[in-house]
Design a protein around this ligand. Structure first.
Ligand code: NHR
Ligand code: GAR
Length: 225
């Protein structure tokens, strides 16, 4: 491998709780060279998370950091922060991570901490987004990549991808359609950050040095690239 390729790789920490299909998409994009980055650690708050196997298969160091019933959020997050910093990542990616993070943690990593959320924010913050979008009779749904701030699912949104909601959709079929878009969107946005094209400046996002008027939105029929 050329020296220039090696030195420019951005180190990523990925936080998961379960399946890890978004983690897999990131690992694949790193391996294929479309994302100039490397995953330096994967941390799960659940011991049995399938994503830990995916990471191990890719020779990435893994940790399961479990909260027991008495663990205070601040203590958990302090340990999580130490664990992350030991691996010195430049970016921290939440990928299906199901624990809310304390204000102190998100402030510490501000501008370097991203989440992929399964809805077109600001619609449907929080949990059970597909169920709620179906119940509301939405015709469009999708996913958002945003900077994580103290406000749950309320940080500045970098990009979104839409999907159609079909008349016969179930929560499962809709979730699968959204998931597929996530697997293209997250690696692309991470590439923008790795290349230094996206910066968080206060509460606005700069893209190639210019303030973004709103998120980059990929329409239902638009390829993500
Ligand atoms: N933390 C902060 N401070 N800000 C955000 O924007 C965050 C965050 C932590 C996670 C991901 C988010 C999502 O994409 C995320 C964004 C979990 C919950 C939740 O309620 C909500 C939003 C998200 C993730 N979790 C429960 C909790 O008390 C527990 C759920 C469980 O463990 O089953 O941690 O949707
Ligand atoms: C993804 O759809 C992600 O958007 C969502 O969970 C799924 C994780 O899948 N995240 C949340 O709901 C966060 N609360 P994965 O583990 O296969 O990447």
């Amino acid at each position: 491998m050329a020296a220039a390729e090696t030195v420019l790789r951005t180190k990523l920490a990925v936080l998961i709780s379960g399946e890890g299909s978004n983690l897999q998409a990131i690992l694949d994009a790193c391996a294929s060279g479309t994302l100039p980055a490397e995953v330096c650690v994967v941390i799960s708050n659940r011991a049995g998370a399938h994503g830990l196997r995916r990471a191990a298969a890719a020779q990435v160091p893994i940790h399961a950091l479990l909260a027991t019933s008495g663990t205070a959020r601040e203590d958990y997050d302090a340990t999580l922060r130490i664990l992350i910093e030991r691996h010195a990542p430049e970016l921290i990616l939440l990928a299906g991570f199901m624990r809310v993070l304390s204000d102190e943690f998100v402030r510490h990593f501000r501008g370097r901490l991203l989440n992929i959320h399964p809805a077109l924010l600001p619609k449907y913050r929080g949990l059970h987004t597909h169920r709620r979008a179906l119940a509301a009779g939405e015709h469009e749904h999708g996913c958002s990549v945003h900077f994580v701030t103290e406000e749950l699912d309320g940080g500045p949104v970098i990009a979104q991808a839409k999907v159609p909601v079909k008349p016969d959709d179930s929560e499962t079929s809709l979730a699968a359609r959204v998931r597929e878009r996530e697997h293209a969107l997250y690696p692309l946005v991470v590439r923008w950050l790795a290349e230094g094209r996206i910066k968080l400046d206060g509460s606005r996002i700069l893209f190639d040095g210019q303030p973004m008027a709103g998120p980059r939105v990929f329409g239902v029929n638009e390829d993500i690239a």
